[in-house]
Design a protein around this ligand. Structure first.
Ligand SMILES: NC(=O)C1=CN([C@@H]2O[C@H](COP(=O)(O)OP(=O)(O)OC[C@H]3O[C@@H](n4cnc5c(N)ncnc54)[C@H](OP(=O)(O)O)[C@@H]3O)[C@@H](O)[C@H]2O)C=CC1
Ligand SMILES: O=C(CO)COP(=O)(O)O
Ligand SMILES: [Zn+2]
Length: 352
């Protein structure tokens, strides 16, 4: 008997373009959401976009409330949940980078309330995904969360954000190459469920971004357009898969481990990009495609070395040799790299 079933939860409205922040109210009203809007943001995005979103709702007769979060943690999620309950929020808008958006989608999931994603940086592919990524002690959880009902991505705002945030988003997409390789490997070796559609979409998204690398330039708003479309596409791949597998493999485990050992040193996207150079080397060997990954990152101006991440050699080696412990996700790292092998991979690829 055929007894498979799946839920693919995708946004209804994806609004992308110059000045579309002013259409947030329209995008929300079109969803028939009711009650009090709660804007969840972090300090800079609050200034850049949060206040304008609040004003829009206030002018339209809503009674918006807001809360500022500083870190991606379960405590922060809990504080948003408590605040939303206190003010009787009807729906939540996450305004910011990956941190604010992840916290909001997890809080909305717990509350059973609608969630709207308003990215202020094209820095990560969690803009659309129904996953939240949160560190806790020695591990990092990829949690099922409320996918956005609508996404409002204003390319004017994204283009005005620091350029390094955009190159981080590009690197998060380029890392899909190795994430899909790891996923295929886990399927073959460990019978992990694999979705051909999600894998193909994720890989195609990375290929299209690399093909468009020449058009991704500082001070060019069209760059934000190209990158945010890729981030949306990658998030859709995660939604189809029902996991972050299409966009998160060993290169993400390496980055998550860096977040523990060297917190705040570099952006998520930049770390996973450098991780992808080394994990591609592990997949395909010295003559393999790791140079293509490195060159694609270099072409868009993302870091390709530990020094560019502001991380020292020993930290890279420690993160590589311990990354497999972060979570139960089978990757090319298997049951762990020896120190000698980690030094070899990081040295041959020029990361250290
Ligand atoms: N759920 C998922 O599927 C995914 C989740 N992620 C998660 O997302 C996070 C990484 O996202 P990222 O965006 O890099 O992290 P942050 O949200 O921490 O944003 C990075 C920095 O950019 C600042 N910022 C954001 N927007 C602007 C702007 N318009 N102008 C100036 N500064 C701005 C933030 O300011 P401030 O300090 O004030 O916040 C912060 O300092 C990680 O926690 C990662 O795990 C990543 C990919 C996928
Ligand atoms: O960053 C992600 C995809 O780009 C997903 O994060 P996780 O590794 O926590 O699932
Ligand atoms: Zn990522």
């Amino acid at each position: 008997m055929f007894d498979k079933s799946t839920w693919i939860r995708l946004p209804r409205n994806v609004v992308v373009g110059h000045g579309v922040l002013s259409e947030t109210l329209d995008a929300v009203e079109e969803l028939h959401l009711t009650g009090r809007p709660l804007v969840v943001s972090s300090p800079t995005p609050y200034e850049v976009a949060g206040t304008r979103v609040i004003d829009q709702f206030a002018d339209a007769g809503y009674d918006p409330d807001d809360i500022i979060v500083d870190e991606a943690s379960f405590d922060a999620v809990q504080s948003v949940i408590s605040h939303a309950e206190d003010v009787d929020a009807g729906f939540l808008l996450g305004v910011g980078g990956g941190k604010a958006i992840d916290i909001t989608k997890m809080a909305a999931d717990h509350l059973g309330k609608g969630f709207v994603s308003v990215p202020t940086a094209a820095s990560h592919d969690g803009i659309v995904s129904g996953r939240g990524s949160v560190p806790e002690k020695d591990t990092r959880h990829s949690v099922a969360a409320e996918p956005p009902l609508a996404v409002v991505a204003d390319t004017e705002i994204l283009a005005q954000a620091p350029w390094r945030l955009t190159t981080a988003g590009c690197a998060d997409i380029i890392s899909n190459y190795t994430a899909v390789r790891d996923w295929e490997l886990a399927h073959r070796l460990k019978n992990v469920p694999y979705s051909e559609y999600a894998g193909a979409l994720s890989q195609m998204t990375a290929e299209m971004l690399v093909e468009n690398a020449d058009s991704i330039k500082r001070n060019l708003e069209e760059s934000s357009w190209i990158v945010v479309k890729a981030l949306v596409s990658s998030g859709v791949a995660m939604s189809i898969a029902g996991s972050s597998r299409p966009a998160s493999g060993a290169e993400h485990l390496f980055s998550h481990q860096l977040d523990r050992i060297a917190p705040g040193a570099a952006l998520h996207g930049h770390q996973v990009g450098v991780g992808a150079i080394m994990t591609e080397y592990l997949h395909s060997g010295p003559q393999g495609r790791w140079r293509d990954v490195r060159d694609a990152l270099a072409a868009i101006g993302a870091p390709t070395t530990a020094a560019e991440l502001d991380i020292d050699r020993d930290t890279v080696i420690e993160a590589l040799t311990t990354a497999h412990e972060i979570r139960d996700r089978y990757t090319i790292l298997g049951d762990g790299m020896s120190e000698e092998a980690a030094v070899e991979a990081a040295t041959v690829t020029g990361v250290v």
